[in-house]
Design a protein around this ligand. Structure first.
Ligand code: ZN
Length: 311
C-alpha cells in the first residue's frame, strides 16, 4: 500500500471520494510521481466538505458567525443534518454556540441569584464572564425543566430579604428569631434594624440622658397646628424631655383636644347602636373641630400677646 492509497482509505476524506466498493477501480487524478509535495493533495481533492449540503469549513464558519442567534436545529434543517451534527461542527471549528448549555455556568448563575434579592436583572450575572440574562433566558427556554429550580432559588433569595425568619442585630451581634425585632414601616423586611432588647436599652439611654429644665427657645410651632406658624414659648407647657424644653402641642390645642375627645368617649359609651351612630354623625370630625377651636383661641391669644408686648 503506497501513501496515496493510504490517503484514499482515510475516512477523513470527503464522502464523494471515499470508495464504496472495494473492487471498483477508482480513477484518481494523481499518479505517483506527479505530485511533489504531499501538502498539495487536499487542494487537488478539492476542499473538504461537511454535511449533506456539502459545505466547506469556511462556508460553515461564515454562516454561523454571521447568524449567531440561529439555533442548531435551524441549521440542521437547512443543511439536512441532525442538531447534534451541527453541535459537533461548532465544537470542531471553535464556534461554540452562545446558547450552548453549560451546567457549571448554570450553577454559578444559580449561586448569583441566591446572593441577590430574587430579582434577575443585568447586574445579577456581572461576575460570570461571557454570561448574561439573555443567555440565561435562552437556556430556560430550551430547557424548561430548569425553570422550577430557578424559581425555588429566587423564592429563597426573596424570602431571605423580605420575609426572613431570623435576623442579625448589629448592636448585640446576635442572630435572633424575627419576632425579636419590632415591626417597622421602613426596611425591606419591615422590621427594625436592632433587636427589641437593644432598642429599649438605646431609647432609655437617650431618654434618661435628656433633661431640659428650661425652654431653650422663645418661639415654637405647635405640632398639630403648623399652619399658625411659630408661637410664643409661653403658649406651651414645659417639658424636660424635649430638646426645646417645651411640649410638642400648644396648651390651647391640648385643652380643646381633651374637651372634644371626652365628648367622643361619652358617645362611644352609648349602648344602643342607632342612638350612638346618630350622635357620632352629629359629632362629626371631632379632631378637626378641636383644631379649629384651638386656632380661634390662639388667634385671640396672639392679639392679646402682641398688644401686651407693644406697651
Ligand atoms: Zn440586639
Amino acid at each position: 500500500m503506497n501513501k496515496y492509497e493510504d490517503r484514499i482509505n482515510d475516512t477523513e476524506l470527503p464522502e464523494f471520494r471515499r470508495p464504496n466498493d472495494e473492487n471498483k477501480v477508482i480513477p484518481t487524478p494523481y499518479i505517483l510521481g506527479d505530485i511533489e509535495d504531499l501538502n498539495e493533495l487536499p487542494a487537488l481533492l478539492g476542499p473538504k466538505t461537511y454535511t449533506k449540503a456539502k459545505l466547506t469549513r469556511e462556508e460553515i464558519v461564515e454562516k454561523i458567525t454571521s447568524n449567531p442567534k440561529k439555533t442548531n436545529v435551524a441549521w440542521g434543517k437547512e443543511w439536512n443534518c441532525s442538531r447534534e451534527r451541527v453541535r459537533q461542527l461548532r465544537e470542531q471549528f471553535g464556534l461554540n454556540s452562545v446558547r450552548e448549555f453549560n451546567l457549571e455556568i448554570f450553577n454559578l448563575a444559580l449561586e448569583a441569584i441566591a446572593k441577590g434579592s430574587g430579582m434577575i436583572n443585568a447586574n445579577t450575572f456581572k461576575n460570570i464572564p461571557n454570561f448574561s440574562v439573555i443567555k440565561f433566558n435562552t437556556w430556560l427556554e430550551e430547557k424548561p425543566y430548569l425553570k422550577q429550580q430557578v424559581e425555588l432559588v429566587r423564592k429563597e433569595a426573596y424570602d431571605k430579604i423580605y420575609n426572613p425568619t431570623s435576623k442579625l442585630c448589629p448592636f448585640c451581634d446576635k442572630t435572633l428569631p424575627i419576632d425579636n425585632f419590632y415591626v417597622s414601616k421602613s426596611g425591606r423586611d419591615r422590621r427594625m434594624n436592632k433587636c427589641n432588647d437593644c432598642n429599649i436599652r438605646i431609647v432609655k439611654h437617650y431618654y434618661d440622658k435628656r433633661y431640659v429644665p428650661n425652654p431653650t427657645v422663645t418661639e415654637k410651632v405647635c405640632t398639630s397646628l403648623k399652619d399658625l406658624g411659630p408661637l410664643p414659648a409661653s403658649f406651651f407647657h414645659k417639658s424636660t424631655k424635649a430638646t426645646s424644653g417645651l411640649q410638642y402641642n400648644s396648651i390651647r390645642y391640648q385643652e380643646t383636644y381633651a374637651k372634644w375627645k371626652s365628648k367622643y368617649k361619652k358617645i362611644m359609651k352609648i349602648e344602643d347602636d342607632n342612638t350612638r351612630n346618630n350622635e357620632l354623625s352629629f359629632l362629626g370630625n371631632w379632631k378637626e373641630k378641636a383644631k379649629n377651636e384651638a386656632r380661634e383661641l390662639i388667634r385671640k391669644d396672639l392679639e392679646e400677646y402682641n398688644m401686651l408686648n407693644l406697651e
